[in-house]
Ligand binder design. Structure first.
Ligand SMILES: O=C[C@H](O)COP(=O)(O)O
Length: 299
């Protein structure tokens, strides 16, 4: 399998012109984007209080006056999930009780994945034991860079088993995989080994989610569906900060995979600050005025 870089770039360059999403449609697409956000905090200074505030935001992602102006009172708008480190899972589970919002936890030596395998599996067990519904694992980049696909398969398979009932997202850390062909192969092997989602990045690599890498991954999802009949979700993560970015990714999903991949069961944004810009754009749609971005803090 090889990926044609210039064809990939050409396809991405043409995407923006394929759909015009303005005014009411833009507001509707942004609401959908909110429902697909894994609202994330993965920082060394995370505290229970910060996670509780983030969970409150996940329950009420837009200010009440904006929700009312959009006619969404009673709709129950909420984010797709809240994503935290394993030590914060218990706090998040408690804060999200009865909300229907799943808690996702990174695990397996996030972000580098360079801890011994047993510890990585124990970390999954810990997060699941704390109540995580979804586990975002990181793959060993060295298996990709050395072409050891069997080792990658075995690793992801073992992690899939450790997740039990929890959904598993496989983070490829695409910014460290060197080539788009490697991205395609790593994505395919992760799906073969049982990943429910493939995810671009940890947010900690030098290069995180990009549209060309995302195109390659969604094509692998499409091919996997054609080969096996199995559906897999997709999660771009890292550096997605603006409403405009969100629309670009939603257009990509709609064009490449169709409407089924515009819903949180098959599509998520991994993002810590995207919601703030979306709220700001929706405020502009409702009031005609832009507020300062610091009025839309997350936690
Ligand atoms: O998976 C989520 C990422 O760590 C979030 O990255 P971000 O802070 O660039 O939005």
């Amino acid at each position: 399998m090889t990926v044609n870089l210039s064809a990939t770039e050409r396809r991405i360059a043409s995407l923006a012109g394929r759909r015009t999403v303005k005014k009411d449609w833009q507001a509707a697409w942004l609401i959908r984007a909110i429902e697909c956000i894994d609202l994330t905090t993965l920082a060394g200074d995370d505290t229970p209080g910060k996670v509780e505030r983030l969970c409150a935001k996940a329950r009420n992602p837009l200010r009440a006056d904006l929700v009312e102006a959009l006619g969404l009172s009673g709709y129950g708008l909420k984010t797709g999930a809240v994503c935290v480190y394993p030590m914060m899972v218990g706090t998040a589970v408690k804060a999200l009780e009865d909300s229907g919002i799943p808690v996702a936890s990174v695990a397996t030596g996030f972000p580098a994945g360079l801890t011994p395998m047993q510890q990585r599996l124990d970390e999954i067990a810990y997060a699941v034991g704390e109540g995580a519904h979804e586990i975002d694992i990181v793959i060993s980049r060295r298996h990709v860079l050395t072409g050891n696909w069997e080792a990658l398969y075995d690793e992801v398979r073992a992690m899939r088993e450790a997740c039990g009932e929890a959904h598993m997202k496989a983070i490829l850390a695409t910014g460290e995989l060197k080539t788009l062909s490697n991205v395609y192969k790593a994505s395919m092997v992760s799906m073969m080994a049982g990943a429910d989602f493939v995810k671009t990045s940890t947010g900690m690599e030098a290069v995180n989610a990009t549209l060309p890498v995302s195109l390659v991954m969604v094509r692998s999802v499409r091919d996997y569906l054609d080969f096996t009949g199995q559906v897999c979700g997709f999660k771009p993560a890292g550096g997605i900060r603006t409403a405009k970015d969100a629309i670009a990714w939603l257009v990509l999903m709609k064009e490449e995979l169709g409407g089924a991949w515009l819903k949180p069961d098959l599509f998520r944004f991994g993002a810590s600050s995207l919601l703030g810009d979306i709220e700001r754009q929706i405020e502009h749609y409702v009031t005609g005025r832009y507020s300062s971005s610091d009025r839309h803090g997350m936690a």
